[in-house]
Ligand binder design. Structure first.
Ligand code: MG
Length: 159
């Protein structure tokens, strides 16, 4: 087995989309970044790459590369899953936390879990998504940022 951790943060600004696990979340503020700025997909991608000691999302998909401008972040996660499978691993389970002050994400959590589990090719019961606010503190609490953290356990299934 191997364990991995990933995190991500993006600035929030008016006039941008807020995308989480490929879902457009209705919000007056959206995430700023080179790709679609999907923090949860970015954190999960980094957790898988980390478990494999294969660098990070920026080394595989440099932010100054125009190919990834406004790219759907499912591309990054699919690549991490493909590298994982090539080394004979599957995801045992994944635990994540998204930190966002508003809107509340409760209504979207199951769809987010579903979308992640589909890309990881595992059952939804192995995918945990928790949503927290910043309690009006720090950049999250002041609605200046969205953050995500992910912890993944990989299990060897073949050589
Ligand atoms: Mg990111």
């Amino acid at each position: 087995m191997r364990i991995g951790f990933g995190n991500d943060i993006h600035r929030l600004e008016a006039g941008r989309s807020l995308i989480l696990a490929g879902i457009e979340i209705p919000s007056d503020l959206g995430a700023v970044g080179h790709s679609d700025s999907d923090v949860i997909f970015h954190a999960v991608t980094d957790a898988i790459l980390g478990a494999l000691a294969l660098g990070d999302i920026g080394s595989h998909f440099p932010p100054d590369d125009d190919r990834w401008k406004n790219a759907e972040s499912s591309i990054f996660l699919k690549e991490a899953v493909s590298l994982m499978k090539a080394q004979g691993y599957t995801v045992g389970n994944l635990d994540t936390t998204i930190s966002l002050e508003t809107p509340k994400l409760g209504l979207f959590v199951n769809q987010i879990r579903q979308n992640i589990s589909a890309l990881l090719e595992i059952g939804i019961s192995k995918v945990s998504v928790k949503a927290k606010t910043g309690e009006c503190l720090d950049a999250v609490g002041e609605r200046r940022a969205i953050k995500a953290e992910a912890c993944v356990l990989l299990e060897k299934v073949s050589n």
